[in-house]
Design a protein around this ligand. Structure first.
Ligand SMILES: C[S@@+](CC[C@H](N)C(=O)[O-])C[C@H]1O[C@@H](n2cnc3c(N)ncnc32)[C@H](O)[C@@H]1O
Length: 261
């Protein structure tokens, strides 16, 4: 029940960001493009864009593959995709934790910056493994611990509430992949530092992306003005001589294969 509520909140936040998402999605564009060289070269494949959002990459996939499915928890994201992207993309409103597809039915699952919202991750991976054909490929990017450490540590100087979602380490991800018997064929890790004019700019970008929901946050409502001021003061320790505020994103991307059994 609690989990269902969390997923409704995630869908709501992303849904209300559907029209602002594309202009805020600097990191998402970078990481999604970064996955493309791993895509197989054959055309006659069925490919799922898992957590397709505004469908930017579903569109890219639709130019390469015979059948592309864009799946998302948020109906508003899918409406945006329907209006703005290739008309041949099959859109499915569903939860990635319970995929409405038959066993062994998909050739490729592509997923850009989505799985960090899906808990427990092993449940999602078991679903992915179930619907992929043996030998099917899972191409994924996600964020790992260290992401937004500047924001996290600045908030830690103000209170002990959770203001940033928990990200797994690359080692924890590897253990989860192993537990569902998927083999990592290739993986990359890199820290991306994005520049912001102010801490408010960072907060607006996270909101514009719909990525401002913190699943386990205990207290509701906005942080008070005083807390916000203290946090931004603490964040100024990271301010660079040029005046910009950096924020780090620890990007992990991988290509996995479902083993033949
Ligand atoms: C950061 S956006 C990424 C969107 C897109 N992949 C891109 O590259 O721009 C995350 C997306 O995942 C979706 N999402 C989050 N949890 C989900 C779940 N359990 N099932 C399906 N979609 C989910 C959100 O609604 C949102 O559209």
């Amino acid at each position: 029940m609690v989990l269902k509520h969390q997923q409704q909140k995630i869908a709501q936040n992303f849904g209300s960001a559907s029209s602002s998402y594309d202009v805020s999605a600097r990191l998402q564009r970078f990481s999604g493009k970064h996955l493309l060289p791993w895509l197989p070269n054959r055309h006659d494949l069925t490919v799922l864009d898992l957590g397709c959002g505004t469908g930017f990459f579903s569109d890219v996939l639709a130019k390469r593959y015979k059948q592309v499915i864009g799946l998302d928890l948020s109906k508003d994201m899918l409406s945006y995709t329907k209006e703005n992207r290739d008309q041949h993309i099959n859109l499915v409103n569903a939860n990635a934790m319970s995929l409405p597809f038959q066993d062994n039915s998909l050739d490729v699952i592509y997923s850009n910056l989505v799985i960090q919202w899906c808990q427990p991750l092993t449940t999602l991976l078991a679903e992915i493994n179930r619907v992929l054909k043996p030998g099917g490929i899972f191409i994924v990017s996600t964020l790992t611990d260290g992401t937004l450490f500047e924001l996290k540590s600045s908030w830690a100087q103000v209170d002990d509430e959770k203001h940033v979602i928990d990200f797994k380490s690359a080692e924890e991800l590897a253990t989860d992949f192993e537990s569902v018997e998927m083999e990592v064929l290739d993986a990359k890790q890199q820290d991306i530092s994005l520049e912001y004019e102010s801490v408010l700019h960072l907060a607006h970008e996270l909101k514009g992306l719909g990525a401002n929901h913190v699943p386990d946050k205990e207290k509701k409502g906005l942080a008070g003005k005083d807390k916000w001021r203290k946090m931004t003061q603490a964040y100024s320790d990271f301010q660079e001589p040029s005046g910009i505020y950096p924020a780090t994103y620890a990007l992990y991307s991988a290509m996995l294969v479902k083993l033949n059994f």
